[in-house]
Design a protein around this ligand. Structure first.
Ligand code: BGC
Length: 369
């Protein structure tokens, strides 16, 4: 079931659930929430464990981590402490990082899972130790207390629709290649589902890959394989699930002398610059500040034993738990036309950061000055 369907299903059950929630006095339907149902136990002096999945995709160190740290500081009058660890794509290392957080006696964990199924037992361990867990961006399995992300099926649809727009009436004149994300990331499955829902029947998919660990070099190798299998004259476009992989894909395309529309996601600076120069067709701009802020708000509320009702208006289901309080932020298709109205307007990058010497002429050409 996609997020929208889950939400619709939830709406039907919402009335009944509201009553049962009121009766048990807990904001959490995802499991027995011993930690947040008790009276407030902490003030501003909380310790928050922050676990991010990798550091090759720019967003984690450049946006997610600093934004979450800043918001935790604001919400706790500078008294909250963030203990940070990055798993660098290693699921077992992330399990150990959860163990350390438990030993370290953090009050709450914000977790962006490398492998959403494998981390389930660690989530349970945290829970058993009385530490609530907020799933960040990727919905980890197990007794999660709150979730913040984007509508990830819509992200995939946005990418697919943009690719169709770029191909126009030539959409069936050749083959496209689909480069999906990692099979351990539930978001990747949702991006793929959304993209297929708009592309199927409208294009021919010559080759499709799930990319191990979301790595740009793996996308590059898969693209080289696709070029030799399909033939360079027959490829008319590439669906890439994110900007990091788009970088690897475009390197392979260039080496073969191919120039076709390529999608992306994350509005990474390198991706935005490739959009300016016309090497990449689009990205999906996901405003990280509201996502990070919601995670920080949930984490502080949970650590202080407060309900999530005022923060989390949505509910989602994971394969193991139902009705998890959630915040899902909207996304925008980013092309040459709206760089100014999105990432520049929101202060993500200045025009000077995007339009370095190498991109100056291209920036002028699209009116980005
Ligand atoms: C995130 C993307 C990111 C990808 C690779 C996904 O779960 O939603 O923003 O590009 O992981 O890290």
């Amino acid at each position: 079931m996609n997020t929208r369907m889950r939400r619709a299903a939830f709406a039907v059950a919402a009335g009944a659930m509201a009553i049962s929630l009121a009766a048990c006095g807990s904001a959490d339907e995802a499991g027995d929430n011993d930690s947040s149902s008790s009276a407030p136990k902490k003030g501003d002096d909380i310790k928050v464990g922050l676990l991010l999945p990798e550091n090759q995709t720019a967003r984690y160190e450049k946006f997610d981590r600093p934004l979450i740290e800043k918001k935790i500081g604001e919400l706790t009058n500078g008294k909250g402490e963030v203990v940070y660890a990055n798993a660098k794509q290693d699921a077992s290392q992330q399990a150990q990082q959860v163990e350390s957080m438990i030993t370290n006696k953090v009050d709450v964990i914000i977790l962006d899972a490398v492998d959403s199924a494998a981390i389930k037992s660690s989530v349970q361990k945290a829970k058993d130790a009385g530490i609530p867990v907020v799933a960040y961006d990727r919905l980890a399995q197990g007794p999660i207390d709150g979730y913040t992300s984007f509508d990830n099926v819509t992200v995939g649809k946005t990418q697919g629709e943009a690719l169709l727009k770029a191909l126009g009436d030539k959409a069936k004149d050749g083959q496209i290649v689909m480069m999906n994300g990692s099979s351990t990331d539930p978001n990747a499955a949702q991006f793929k589902e959304g993209a297929h829902s708009v592309l199927d029947g409208k294009v021919n998919v010559g080759k499709e890959y799930d990319t191990k660990e979301w790595k740009p070099e793996n996308a590059n190798a898969n693209m080289e394989g696709a070029i030799s299998a399909i033939g360079k004259d027959k490829i008319i476009g590439v669906y890439s699930a994110n900007d990091g992989m788009a970088g690897g894909i475009i390197t392979a395309l260039k080496a073969a002398g191919i120039k076709v529309p390529v999608t992306g996601q994350d509005a990474e600076l390198a991706g935005v610059q490739r959009i300016v120069s016309g090497e990449q067709y689009m990205s999906v701009y996901k405003p990280y500040a509201p996502e990070a802020d919601a995670a920080a708000e949930m984490a502080v509320a949970l650590a202080q034993g407060k309900s999530l009702d005022s923060v989390a208006k949505d509910k989602v289901d994971s394969p193991t738990n139902k009705g998890i309080p959630a915040v899902l932020v909207g996304v925008t298709s980013l092309t040459q036309d709206n760089i100014k109205d999105t990432v520049v307007k929101d202060g993500v990058y200045t025009v000077a950061e995007i339009c370095t010497a190498k991109y100056k002429a291209a920036c002028e050409k699209i009116g980005l000055e």
